[in-house]
Design a protein around this ligand. Structure first.
Ligand code: ATP
Ligand code: MG
Length: 381
């Protein structure tokens, strides 16, 4: 079926097994191995308690990631591996954390608490595969299906609604009709989920290769958070959160992202992109554009608008931004002190520099010191 070839995870499982515990690779890594997708991170589930895992890996760095929930991270061969005790969980009444977790000694109960059948498989080189909910068959048929009753599972933790869309978007899977119906019926419950959890899943959802299709089918789910402006060409944009969010939420995207407590850089970049002006078609216009936004932002805006609206097909913005053309006061061949030497004072210094810069950008005068001084004298005469 597949081979688990990651040496570190094999050694972690082996060490647990040699010490009388059972252990499996579990969750997303098994799913990805099965469908031949690159594995993001390997998670291990084990019968060992967190304290026992810590003791067994005392020669490694072990981080107490979520010790109450049974998770420690073992740094093995320089890579982090989450090792979690088999557990079941109760409802998430605060919509952030399960109210309580109970450690159990069998993998099957652990798999039963997981969200989707394709995420509820386990594999051990010694014990073989465990797939109590038909995850392998769903993976082959590209189906996202809730483990057990979808209504109950979304009721326990509504974030799973967004996770279903996220996996559909990143894997190109279809959400099974029963699960899909529960998503539409319970989408309002997403309002109670902490915005940090929402933002993290939403980012993965919008940057997925199948985001356009998923969001157009489940638009009303996204609209629990904010009105969707457009999603048709979403897949054509680079998978950069700021670009995807700018396109999705339009002019108000910075406010939407701030309300979801995104990082500031993403929110401001999305706001800039969504409110950027069209890229001019002529060279001088493009120079003004690059001067207005600055070289770096102009290139980012160009990449966004090219993908979103088909502007600037010849990548003219990149060639202007990469050139040594004068586009800012810093690059202008005269400085304020040069103007003061010829008797220009006060406010007029800055105003004159601005006029000179715009004439240089417009190619009315060359960026040469003597020519600029002469022009400055004329302006102020
Ligand atoms: P990725 O490859 O993007 O990391 P993943 O499947 O590993 O995908 P994670 O969010 O890292 O997804 O979660 C790891 C595993 O934990 C999942 O495969 C699933 O079995 C389980 N899981 C995570 N979050 C939930 C949840 N909210 N409800 C139930 N099970 C969950
Ligand atoms: Mg993962």
């Amino acid at each position: 079926m597949f081979t688990l070839s990651d040496k570190n995870v094999l050694e972690i499982i082996n060490r647990l097994e040699e010490n009388g515990f059972s252990a499996y690779a579990v969750g997303g890594c098994v799913r990805d191995l099965l469908i031949g997708r690159e594995v993001n991170d390997y998670d291990v589930a084990t019968s060992a308690l967190p304290s026992q895992t810590k003791e067994l890996f005392r020669d490694k760095k072990v981080i107490e990631t979520g010790i109450k929930h049974g998770t420690v991270t073992v740094l093995y061969g320089g890579e982090p591996y989450e090792v979690t005790t088999y557990r079941t969980e109760s409802a998430y009444s605060d919509s952030r954390h399960p109210d309580s977790v109970t450690f159990v000694d069998d993998i099957e109960s652990d798999l039963a608490r997981r969200d989707f059948t394709v995420n509820a498989m386990a594999y051990s080189p010694k014990r073989g595969s465990r797939d109590p909910f038909g995850g392998a068959s769903d993976a082959v048929n590209k189906i996202i299906r809730a483990v057990g009753n979808a209504y109950e599972r979304f009721d326990e933790d509504a974030l799973r609604i967004l996770r279903a869309l996220r996996f559909a978007s990143s894997l190109g899977f279809t959400i099974e009709p029963g699960t899909s119906k529960a998503i539409f019926d319970l989408k309002h419950k997403l309002k109670d989920i902490s915005v940090e959890r929402v933002y993290s899943e939403l980012t993965k959802l919008v940057t997925g290769p199948y985001a356009a299709e998923v969001i157009s089918a489940y638009r009303t789910v996204i609209e629990v958070f904010a009105p969707v402006c457009d999603c048709e060409r979403l897949d054509l944009l680079p998978p950069v959160p700021a670009m995807r969010f700018a396109y999705l939420f339009g002019a108000g995207s910075a406010e939407v992202l701030r309300s979801l407590r995104s990082d500031n850089a993403t929110a401001s970049a999305a706001g800039l992109l969504a409110n950027s002006r069209a890229i001019p078609a002529d060279r001088i216009g493009i120079k003004r554009f690059a001067a207005e936004y600055g070289r770096e932002s102009a290139v980012m805006i160009a990449s966004y608008r090219r993908a979103a609206f088909g502007e600037d097909p010849g990548q003219e913005v990149e060639s202007v931004a990469g050139s040594d053309e004068c586009l800012s006061l810093k690059e202008l061949a005269v400085k304020g002190r040069d103007l003061k030497k010829i008797g220009i004072t006060g406010r007029r210094v800055g105003e004159t520099l601005d006029i000179l810069l715009s004439r240089v950008i417009d190619e009315l005068i060359p960026n040469e010191k003597e020519r600029l001084i002469r022009a400055a004298e004329e302006i102020n005469s």
